[in-house]
Write a protein of this length. Structure first.
Length: 387
């Protein structure tokens, strides 16, 4: 969907299409084979999209479960008036027990030791146990479901326990080995859930974006554990892994744009930028783009990446600078000062997504989104007038 925003003219800015985000949420929800609830994972400022704006839009769509990474993100959402459950997926110092209660936040319990520390404060914190089923990051050891049960029962009384979850680490990869591993994780999690079924915890969940599509099948395997999907990357229209086929209609909601400050001729034998890493071999037109690595344009794209200008690709030449980047526009007619540059997004028939940039960088779209810096102002637009 093309967004027309004629008013915005900055050095470097991001346009976020809320209607596309809404479409992503609704399409994903419809694509699920069960009527599982969606917990929107809006950590890291909603993967760079602005957590408050995204939470407000999703609340409007009926979403009432949110997850973030830490207490600052959670408090920020509450202070902005976001209602519903907010789960902190990672550690907060027990020092913040009062804040967790005051803001009605739900804390992930990362270990027995941590449960004890939280339970030893004067505050009865809302919480959910993390169960480690094979990722070896956080949680009680899911290999020993009996011990998980003992610990959970003990703290169910001393804390305000309302759920438990695990995280699947290869649900996005469709090989026999990964599928077997993922089913192993799901089964371990389910054995713990069965042992404590009598506690009737309302929030028991194991699926991320990828697992919601690839595993959650409505079968009895997901009784007790399949009622909630934690939706992250697909909400933002990107792929959990390069081989993922996204449901039709789900697309990135972000466009990162910039401008051209100067265009000049450069002659054979001259070099471009710091370190003189690009040597000009033909008479060239070089444009200066007003975005650099301080904006989040990864310096590893130097002499490798490209931007879109006037519907054409313009290769990045020389090293990306802190605030500026040089691109070769020799083959693009009539490029001039003030022209719009698409760093991420669509321009004419071409599109360059965070997933494409990630491929050029040897990373994942998640990282590209999270590293667009705060100094790049976000603007909220809607390609669809109903929002
Ligand atoms: C980030 C995160 C998610 C969301 O993962 P996506 O791959 O973006 O869907 C879900 N659960 C946990 C525990 C996470 O840390």
């Amino acid at each position: 969907m093309e967004v027309h925003v004629n008013q915005i003219e900055k050095r470097s800015w991001i346009e976020i299409d809320l209607a596309q985000l809404k479409a992503n949420y609704l399409i994903y929800k419809k694509k699920l084979k069960t009527d599982a609830d969606i917990m929107a994972v809006i950590k890291a400022d909603a993967y760079g999209h602005g957590d408050v704006q995204v939470a407000r839009m999703l609340s409007w769509c009926g979403c009432h479960l949110f997850a973030v990474s830490n207490i600052d993100e959670a408090v920020g959402l509450r202070e902005a008036g976001v209602q519903g459950e907010i789960l902190l997926l990672g550690y907060s110092s027990p020092f913040y027990a009062k804040t967790l209660v005051d803001y009605d936040l739900t804390q992930a319990i990362v270990s027995e030791e941590y449960a004890e520390a939280l339970a030893s404060t004067p505050f009865k914190v809302k919480c959910q146990f993390a169960i480690d089923t094979g990722m070896n990051r956080i949680g009680l050891n899911g290999d020993d479901s009996e011990q998980c049960e003992r610990i959970i029962r003990h703290y169910a009384e001393r804390l305000h326990l309302n759920g438990m979850f695990t995280h699947l680490c290869v649900a996005d990869t469709d090989t026999e080995e990964c599928r077997a591993f993922t089913w192993g994780q799901i089964n371990k999690f389910k054995s713990v859930a069965e042992r404590i079924a009598d506690l009737h915890l309302p929030y028991v969940h194991c699926c991320n974006s990828a697992a919601g599509l690839n595993y959650l099948d409505g079968s009895e395997k997901f009784d007790l554990i399949g009622g909630i999907v934690r939706l992250g990357i697909i909400l933002f229209g990107l792929k959990p892994s390069p081989e993922t086929i996204l449901p039709e209609g789900i697309a990135p909601a972000i466009a990162w744009k910039s401008a051209i400050s100067q265009v000049k001729d450069v002659y054979p034998g001259e070099t471009i930028g710091y370190g003189r890493t690009f040597k000009v071999e033909r008479k060239s037109r070089i444009a200066t783009v007003t975005t650099g690595y301080a904006d989040g344009l990864n310096r590893h794209l130097s002499n490798r990446g490209h931007v879109l200008i006037r519907g054409h690709r313009a290769p990045i030449v020389g090293r990306i600078c802190m605030d500026q980047t040089l691109v070769d526009v020799t083959d693009i007619p009539e490029v001039a000062m003030g022209d719009k540059v698409v760093v991420l997004g669509r321009d004419g028939d071409l599109q360059y997504t965070a997933d494409d940039m990630a491929e050029d960088l040897g990373t994942i779209g998640y990282e590209v989104l999270c590293t667009m810096s705060k100094r790049v102002q976000r603007f909220y637009v809607s390609s669809n007038s109903s929002l």
